[in-house]
Write a protein that binds this ligand. Structure first.
Ligand code: SF4
Length: 182
């Protein structure tokens, strides 16, 4: 009985350390599922010294197996669909998705094209949408901040209606941790 209690408190401590590390150093992978590159350039701009997101521990890296957050741009094209799914499946749990740009929300200007599946949430459970064509780096950083804040509380971000004003425009699917972990 005492041994069980010690084991479970060790497990709790380990979980807390893992959460602390994840929140303070979220590693992200960037995937272009059919974007015109406008949104991708803004993501790169957030990494430049002017915005310098690495000071918050946010690191862009190449392997989905090491990523906590998938930052996805563009509508999902038929050609990119399988690769996007494969990338997402290779990420370890718990994993999070940020859709960047109007195309990621709905297909944007490409909506209805013969080769477009739709927005990113047609395929993946999106946690945060960052609207804009393209969104500014401040908007992308704000989207990441919303996600980190929600990770701290152990909940998915609450749905926020897009006001159409600046980078406060953030909408969200509203799925819970439990729904996502099913
Ligand atoms: S939202 Fe605008 S900038 Fe981003 S991929 Fe679509 S058309 Fe390009």
């Amino acid at each position: 009985m005492v041994e069980q209690k010690i084991n479970s408190s060790w497990q709790n401590i380990l979980i807390q350390i893992k959460n602390w590390a994840r929140i303070n150093s979220p590693w992200a992978i960037h995937f272009n599922s059919g974007s015109c590159n406008g949104c991708d350039i803004q993501i790169l701009a957030t990494l430049t010294p002017r915005y310098d997101v690495e000071r918050f521990g946010i690191k862009l890296q190449g392997s989905p197996r090491h990523a906590d957050v998938l930052i996805c741009t563009g509508p999902v094209t038929m050609q990119a669909r399988d690769a996007l799914l494969r990338t997402y499946e290779q990420m370890p749990e718990p994993k999070f998705v940020i859709a960047v740009g109007s195309c990621g929300l709905s297909g944007g200007v490409f909506h209805g094209c013969y080769n477009i599946v739709g927005g990113i949430n047609e395929l993946l459970p999106v946690d945060v949408f960052v609207p804009g064509c393209p969104p500014r780096p401040e908007g992308i950083i704000y989207g990441v901040a919303v996600l980190l804040e929600a990770m701290k509380s152990g909940k998915r971000p609450e749905p926020v209606q897009w006001s159409g004003e600046g980078f406060e425009g953030m909408v969200h699917t509203g799925s819970t941790m439990e729904e996502r972990n099913d």
